[in-house]
Design a protein around this ligand. Structure first.
Ligand code: AMP
Length: 232
């Protein structure tokens, strides 16, 4: 199954993507994580990407498309993938159409997580990630760790993403409205789009997302393995 997961920052894409990909036995591919890997490695691409990420802006299409295309070419995506945070504008959406067409494949579904903007700022500004595994996500108010500043899953130190500061979150929302929202129309026109409410608990949202891709509850086995929602 090939799925795109979209929605504003703070809709819970990262959290839902991890669960959904596990339930559907497909690779979770996060454009943001791929870019952060380059930033951590200090590659030329990473240094360039970092300045845009810190400003809450989109990384230039050429760089983002390059890292996603390279990732999609790896053999572990043959059984399918769940793309999280890509495409984020129409240029990227058309690039993805081209990449898939070239390999003779196509998307099965696009899920758009929907959430009011006031809730976005609350969720993102309180989000904390584990420094040892960024998939372990907490929230200072909604899902605090048992020991302050420590990951419940592996004991790693929790940190706040540089681009989760409130001013940057507001900028990311503006970018979402102007650049990413049109992607929804692109997929609606292709008959692929389903809107999923991102309000409620992790399991509730996961059930809606699974229903939207035609999968029932028995696929949702990993429901208790990750920490609670925090809006990544
Ligand atoms: P995320 O982890 O999805 O919240 O993305 C964090 C940041 O990475 C974004 O604010 C952008 O600066 C950058 N980024 C992630 N995905 C993309 C994309 N598809 N196109 C351009 N920039 C992206």
């Amino acid at each position: 199954m090939r799925i795109v997961l979209t929605g504003p920052p703070g809709a819970g894409k990262g959290t839902q993507a991890v669960h959904l990909a596990a339930c559907l036995s497909v690779q979770h591919i996060s454009a943001g994580d791929l870019l952060r890997e380059h930033v951590d490695q200090g590659s030329a691409l990473g240094r360039n990407a970092r300045t845009h990420m810190l400003a809450g802006l989109l990384v230039p299409d050429r760089l983002t498309i390059e890292v996603v295309e390279e990732r999609l070419a790896r053999p572990d995506t043959v059984r399918g993938f769940l793309l999280d945070g890509f495409p984020r504008n129409l240029v990227q959406a058309e690039a993805l159409d081209g990449i898939l067409a070239a390999s003779g494949s196509e998307l099965d579904a696009v899920l758009d997580l929907e959430i009011p903007e006031a809730e976005v700022v609350r969720r993102v500004a309180g989000r904390r990630l584990c420094s040892q595994d960024r998939r372990h996500i907490f929230h200072v108010a909604y899902s605090p760790p048992e020991v302050a500043g420590r990951c419940d899953v592996c004991g790693g130190e929790l940190y706040q993403r540089d681009d989760d500061l409130e001013a940057t979150v507001r900028r990311r929302l503006e970018v979402y409205r102007s650049e990413t929202a049109p992607v929804v129309g692109h997929y609606r026109a292709q008959g692929l789009l389903t809107t999923v409410s991102a309000l409620g608990g992790v399991q509730e949202i996961l059930d809606r997302a699974l229903a939207a891709v035609g999968r029932g509850q028995d696929e949702s086995q990993d429901r208790d393995e990750a920490p609670d929602p925090s809006g990544s």
